[in-house]
Design a protein around this ligand. Sequence first.
Ligand code: 3SL
Length: 241
Amino acid sequence: MKLFVYHTPELTPTEEAPECAIAVDVLRATSTMATVLAAGGEAVQVFSDLDQLVEVSEKWPAQKRLRAGERGGAKVAGFELGNSPLDCTAELVAGRRLFISTTNGTRALQRIQDAPIVLAAALINRAAVVKFLLEKQPETVWIVGSGWEGSFSLEDTVCAGAIAHSIWQQSNSSLEEITGNDEVTSAIALYSQWQNDLLGLFHQASHGKRLLRLECLEDLKYCSQTDILDVLPIQHEPGVL
Ligand code: 3SL
């Protein structure tokens, strides 16, 4: 298995495709998706366009759907949910489909949706993603960070590093054998440096600071936990996990 890390959807190659592609948006889209599925959500359907989300979700029975929208960190008016995983309780989401559009995370998923295997990963479900990769042994794996509007983000790269580090430790492979590009080595180095203080790293991160200004400290705390949900968000049809 060769791992490749791409920091943003924009930096992800367009002319080739891996066997498995993983979207990462720790703060907060993929953390929210993992939480919804772990809490019994029927599925998560992603959209980059809000109007399209409304149009498609309207064809779904009202009691079986939830609409979640985030722009600039804030909830989209008229939707039931923003993008806080803490709002996604089992009472609210069980048996319902989440129709979601966020600034960067849903864009990352759409960028990779043509790969044969598409996953969504966050720190909270890292172990489930690693277990799947070790069992399935795809030849090439791309880990794609969502970043922020085309820029690098610390929290997505540290999660990519957490995944790569765990594969390296559990696969009996050398670092060189699993490393497909330099970004993998730097992501592992970032994770190794901060693995015992991921919340501290989020306080350094530009999007962490943005969310703190929006009074989302509890979200940062929740999303900085590692391996707390045994859930594998895997794409069943384009855009649906
Ligand atoms: O950019 C995104 O996709 C979001 O996850 C950003 S936020 O954390 O909801 O502000």
